[in-house]
Write a protein that binds this ligand. Sequence first.
Ligand code: NAP
Length: 411
Amino acid sequence: MPNFTTLKPPTSGTPISRKNGQLVVPADPIIPFIEGDGTGPDIWRASARVFDAAVSQAFGGKRRLAWFEVLAGEKAKNMTGEWLPIDTVEAVRAYKVAIKGPLTTPVGGGIRSLNVTMRQVLDLFACIRPVRYFDGTPAPVTHPERMDVVIFRENTEDVYAGIEFARGTPQAERLIEFLAKEMGKRIAPDSGIGIKPMSETGTKRLVRMAIQYALANNRKTVTIVHKGNIMKFTEGAFRDWGYEIAKAEFRDQIVTEEEVGQGAPREGKLLINDRIADSVFQQILTRTSDYDVFATPNLNGDYLSDACAAQVGGLGMAPGANVGDEIAFFEATHGTAPKYADQDVINPSSVVLSGVMMLNYLGWKEAGALIEQGLAKTISQKKVTYDLARQMTGATELKTSEFADAIIGNM
Ligand code: NAP
């Protein structure tokens, strides 16, 4: 374990490790957590009580989570002078599974988003967002219950790689000149320029993870989303590399839509198909139940995750995780909602459901199921926080802490 400068790991609890690539989870795993800024502390207090109650109930006290607070964001800045202390990064790296509330993104001063920094330094190459409907949640569509998807979004490449040059800078001018002289491609001289790299390695490890997840969880389809009709060598290659890895590594377990069209049987196989991004945004509305697991490049996945979450009324409730081969970091997908800080009113469901993902990742599915059941029942009883209450008739508006109590009571 690292020698921390300021952090003190808990005196009891056992680190999670890996053996031959497999996660080894003790009965008392040490889990680093970042409570988050703004409403983060209210959300964390409520969520941790829900996690502890579920684990205790599911395993009769034989397992427990050993929480280890690590610092990031405003709390870290106030206590250590740094937004993201190296101790925090090393703790997540060492203990392998961590969870966080929302963090303030420092504005200006050349400081990068803490979330983006952590994804890059820990190589968390997949952003995973499950989207399902909880009965009774106010939603803008007629059949929100038809949505049950898991989106695997590539997290490190594409136009998010951060290779950008402002209009009129020497770098932009040089690139424009290079493209004109060496490549015969004209770009308007007053352009800003961004580069969109998408690699075979980056694509294949993402699609592999999506297929492994689909197979392990009895999902029916993995849909590769791309805009390859226009961007052939990036998005189009993403599709081709996706099919390549599906056939090379999972041949006996998968069948492609093209093969089914040629008469191959679909039964008992995971279907791999692909859709152009704009058509996915139509079809997720018009043929919602056709879709299951998505594998997408970074930008399309960013849009698709929020569009799907909005469709079930759950933008404030959507959970997420950033996952690599070694480390998994579970997180709220909303921001810090600072105007509600310390009022005990905010909806903690995004962190609560991210915790469900974490428990499932640890293999503690019984505890995850208890939380989902408790949350579903609480919402169906119309006992909700302000954000849902204001859209429902006959709802009982609960504080954050009371909502956690209700979930625990309904497990
Ligand atoms: P935000 O914090 O997500 O809040 C925007 C609005 O969304 C809130 O005012 C509230 O709407 C609603 N909302 C968000 N979370 C909610 C919850 N848990 N329960 C109920 N309602 C919720 O977005 P922002 O104001 O644009 O960003 C604030 C800060 O968060 C910024 O520093 C930003 O950089 C950061 N941020 C962090 C993350 C992250 O850490 N993952 C993600 C996004 C943004 P009403 O006012 O209508 O009630």
